[in-house]
Structure formats: C-alpha cells, structure tokens
Design a protein around this ligand. Structure first.
Ligand code: CUA
Length: 239
C-alpha cells in the first residue's frame, strides 16, 4: 500500500476544519455580551481546530509510517525548524491574548465601576439603571426611576443598554446570567457594575456563582427580557 501524500493530508485537514467549524458556529446570541463571547469562542476555535487536526494527523502518520522501522535513527538538531515552531507558537499566543483582551475591554463586558470616572461606558450612553442587592439567599432589584422593587425576578427592556449597580448585604455573591453573557462578583462594599443590551425577549436563568453559604445552590432567579412597551406596562403595574 502506498503511503498517503501531503496533498491528500492537506485536503483531509481543510475538509475536517470546515465541517467542524460549521458545526461549531453558534446560534444568534441573546445579548451583545453573549455575541462578543461567542465570537471570541469561534475565533479561538478556528485556531485550535487546525492545530488539533495537524497534531493528530502527524501522530497517525508517524505511527503508520514508522511502525515497522527496525533501524530507528536519532533526530538531529534543526535550528531553523526550532526557530519556526517557537515563532509560530508566539504568534498564536499573541493572537489568543489580543483577541481575549479586546473582549475583556468591551464596555459591556467590563463597564467602569460605580462612582469612578465612566471611562468604559461610551460617550452619551443613556443606560437604564437597576440596583441589584444580593443577600443570603436571594436577590432584590430596584428600579430607581420608577420606585419599584422586586425579588428574584428581574425585568429589563430589550434593545436598551442596562446598567446593574451591584451590592451585597452580607458576603460576596456573583451575578451570573449565562445566556446573556453576564458574570460579575458582588461585594459587601458595593462598587461593582454589570452591563448588557439584551437583544431577544424571553426568560433567562440567573444564578449566584460565588459560594456564599448553605443556601448558595438555591440563590437563583429569572431575568425577563421584554420589548419596550411590555416593559413599561410591567413597571406601571408595580409602581
Ligand atoms: Cu450568593 Cu452564592
């Protein structure tokens, strides 16, 4: 049997990457935060998939090619090859670092802390503010502009920037809404902020993501994303 040629391997590689990337491409995101995180995942996947396939195919090829080699030779130094893979690794790590940095620096992912200069919130932003108080073991949401307070159920309008000013009554908690790409620690001293713009009306689960005592596991809630008029009605009913 003839051993596979490089072009055959290359075609197999490109085919497999394309198929896997198509499978991996995410459905439309439910918020701008989630979209930024999903995009980063996809970008990293485009780097990780070819590398994985390259390593695995090289391994399979080496096993097949050398399995009955009775006279193995030691590998010789190849400075050019070593320089190449060191540089290639550096380029890949740089790409991963820079891509991740841009997502971390996104003003929805990392808004400026409450009370500090609002550097990370875009100029002229008209955010709806919701005060979130975490406690052992539940959530309280206050809408200062409407004088409304709810427990464990957070309603926000779709397609509008919302800013959550977070504080805790007791220990450290963490606001975690996986579907909206929100995760932020909450401290008894306050000061932390989360921010989002939800794009799809619906109900999303909210969890506490910081071990905070025996009731931690049941410290959950619901985020209801409503269109603007439904949100106004919801607020009026409670005002
Ligand atoms: Cu609050 Cu865990």
């Amino acid at each position: 049997m003839e051993r596979p040629r490089a072009p055959v391997l290359l075609v197999a590689l490109v085919g497999a990457v394309t198929a896997l990337a198509a499978l991996a491409s995410p459905a439309a995101a439910q918020s701008v935060n989630r979209a930024a995180i999903d995009d980063l995942n996809t970008q990293l996947l485009y780097v990780a998939l070819p590398l994985t396939l390259f390593v695995e195919l090289t391994l399979v090829y080496a096993i097949y090619r050398f399995h009955d080699n009775d006279d193995p030779k030691p590998t010789v130094d190849d400075p050019a090859l070593e320089t190449t893979w060191t540089a290639a690794t550096a380029v890949i790590l740089l790409f991963v670092g820079v891509s991740a940095y841009f997502v971390m620096a996104n003003p929805y992912i990392t808004p400026a802390a409450a009370g500090s200069a609002d550097v990370a919130t875009p100029e002229g932003a008209d955010d709806l503010t919701v005060e979130v108080v975490a406690y052992q073991w539940g959530w309280q949401f206050t809408y200062p502009e409407a004088n409304v307070t709810t427990k464990n159920r957070l309603a926000i309008p779709a397609d509008r920037d919302v800013r959550f000013e977070l504080s805790s009554r007791d220990v450290v908690h963490s606001l975690f809404v996986p579907k909206l790409g929100i995760k932020q620690d909450i401290f008894p001293t306050g000061g932390s902020v989360a921010r989002t713009r939800a794009t799809k009306p619906g109900e999303y689960n909210l969890y506490c993501a910081e071990l905070c005592g025996s009731g931690h596991a049941r410290m959950d809630g619901t985020v209801v994303v409503l269109n603007e008029s439904a949100y106004r009605d919801w607020l009026d009913e409670r005002a």
